[in-house]
Write a protein that binds this ligand. Structure first.
Ligand code: GRF
Length: 225
């Protein structure tokens, strides 16, 4: 049965499109993007998803506390029976409730070599600092900003004369490549986590969470109050 991916985005959606292309081309085998959700109704990525015939939904966050909002998004992801959540330019920090709903099953992409330059405007931060190399990182998501064990990274040179735009564009093409690699690895289950380290294995060590697993987990949490 194919694995179901949910993508969360707030803007342009080029990483979503790269993942969708990779699924279509079989670079991410036995998978489908089941739903794309945005906190912004005007996110370009939602249009691109709809054009591809993928369910696309805006869930606006206005006036909602973080966890109240996250409960709506988690409910939508569960309804879509999602196995893996991919953050692709989703401009919100997830609540502990969200992280616990998909343990080890949320990925994020960030345009720097973490732990350098977390947060907003990572490319600007890299230029201002004067580094000669920057890059991008795909990591598992925990409750902290741009933290969590690293699944994939790529190095990108900073060239003399680079602007934020030229550097961002060079990093972006690597983002598209490594996000596909990371999603393929995580969906294959062929990795184990040792502390902060994500180590590849020859055989799957994790099994994809089923909807039943998720329901059990959420029921367990409710019982514990
Ligand atoms: C990317 O640079 C990603 O690393 C960051 O936000 C940007 C999203 O771009 N988290 P896009 O919407 O995927 O084109």
């Amino acid at each position: 049965m194919s694995k179901r991916i949910g993508v969360l985005l707030s803007g342009r959606g080029s990483n979503f499109e790269a993942l969708a292309d990779s699924v279509r081309a079989g670079r991410i085998p036995d998978a489908e993007i089941s739903i794309v959700i945005s906190n912004r109704e005007d996110a370009h990525g939602l249009l691109r998803a709809a054009e591809r015939g993928i369910a696309a939904r805006a869930i606006p966050s206005k006036g909602l506390e973080r966890e109240a909002y996250d409960r709506l998004v988690v409910a939508a992801l569960n309804e879509a029976r999602v196995d893996l959540v991919c953050l692709a330019g989703f401009m919100r920090l997830l609540s502990p409730y969200f992280v616990a709903a998909f343990p080890g099953r949320i990925l994020n992409i960030h345009p720097s070599l973490l732990p350098s330059f977390p947060g907003l405007e990572a490319q600007r931060q890299a230029l201002d600092y004067g580094v000669k190399f920057s890059g991008c990182t795909v990591h598992l998501v925990d409750e902290n900003l741009d933290a969590g064990p690293i699944v994939a990274q790529a190095i990108v040179p900073v060239k003399p004369g680079d602007t934020e735009e030229t550097l961002a564009a060079r990093i972006l093409s690597e983002e598209h490549r490594i996000y596909t690699e990371a999603v393929r690895l995580v969906l294959s289950g062929k990795f184990r986590i040792e502390g902060r380290r994500v180590l590849p294995t020859t055989e799957p060590t994790t099994k994809p969470a089923t909807k039943e697993d998720q329901e059990e987990r959420l029921a367990g949490r409710a019982k514990r109050g």
